[in-house]
Design a binder for this molecule. Sequence first.
Ligand code: 5AD
Ligand code: SF4
Length: 362
Amino acid sequence: MSKFDNIDFNSLTQADLVYLLGLKGKEQKKLIEKAREVKLKSVGNIVYLRGLIEYSNVCAKNCHYCGIRRDNTTDSKYVLTHDEVLSCAEYAYSKGFGSLAIQSGEISNTNFVNTVESFLKEIKLKTNDGLGVTLSMGEQSEEVFKRWLDAGAHRYLLRVETSNRELYKKLHPNDNLHNFDNRVNTLKLLQKLGYNTGSGVMIGLPFQTLEDLANDLLFLKELNVDMVGMGPYVEHAKTPLYKYKGELLPVSERFELTINMVACLRLLMPNINIAATTAMQAIVKNGREQAIIAGANVIMPNITPLKYRENYLLYKDKPGTKEQIEDSIESLTKSIKGIGHSIGFNERGDSLHFKIRNKIIG
Ligand code: 5AD
Ligand code: SF4
């Protein structure tokens, strides 16, 4: 019997996870197969869609890895208008997407908060409350989170980026705006307020070890999140972290590591929603499909108006910047079918974990 066969998958330890994350070849296939089985048993073979709207690339923060950081003034800055957001939402509704994910840099001024609140209310009105809404707009105050929840957002995604506070410090400026404890406390606040709460990490960062990644998985479990979006780190030339380019794993290894992270997370948290993220597709053409096979169950097709997409470059070679919206839905439906899954059209697709956590279902 190999080491793999002796693992107790019901109580995975840090050492087990380090071993599983490092698997390649035949043994990796066993891991993926195991995760696939667990997924099918717990959440089935439905893939939920979130129409992704990149609302604005303006950000007050200056994370060392991110292409839309405050100091990066080479891309032109944009904010979608109220009407543009509404037309994206109506488009998603008419196509049966079931949910939206609205994402932007982190801004906290009154005008921004009011504008988001107002389009959330109108989305609800115009779609007869027929669309789920995930927001991803960084750390905000309790009052703002409450207002946005009342206005119609019910899911919130805030990646912790890494659970290693020393690594966190290396990836961010050392100031109050980029504080690890604040980030974790904000995640707890979101849970307390009643949001479906999501987090996630980047994989293949400079200085990051397999132990760090195993701890990330245990951290997400400990925090009891409802959903996770995680993806490979992809270097961006106009960011300070780019200087460590030579120390990174080859992209193909970063990709395989991400697949293993998805599979391990599915084993650790069978009921949550896991996104097959855009960054996976940036590295490997069928990357999102591979993530679904390994345990993911959410896809976020980009429905941002095309003229803005090339300015929302978190990292290089981001896909979908030139694609036609219609084409990508059609080809997505086909490719999901091709891997034995089907799309949950017209379904919000909240995570089963959230429903159980809140005793909505037993
Ligand atoms: N590579 C991969 N992901 C990135 N993000 C930001 N910059 C990069 C990068 N260079 C991710 C972060 C952030 C989200 C908006 O995008 O995880 O939370
Ligand atoms: Fe802003 Fe998020 Fe990029 Fe940091 S990762 S600079 S908070 S958009």
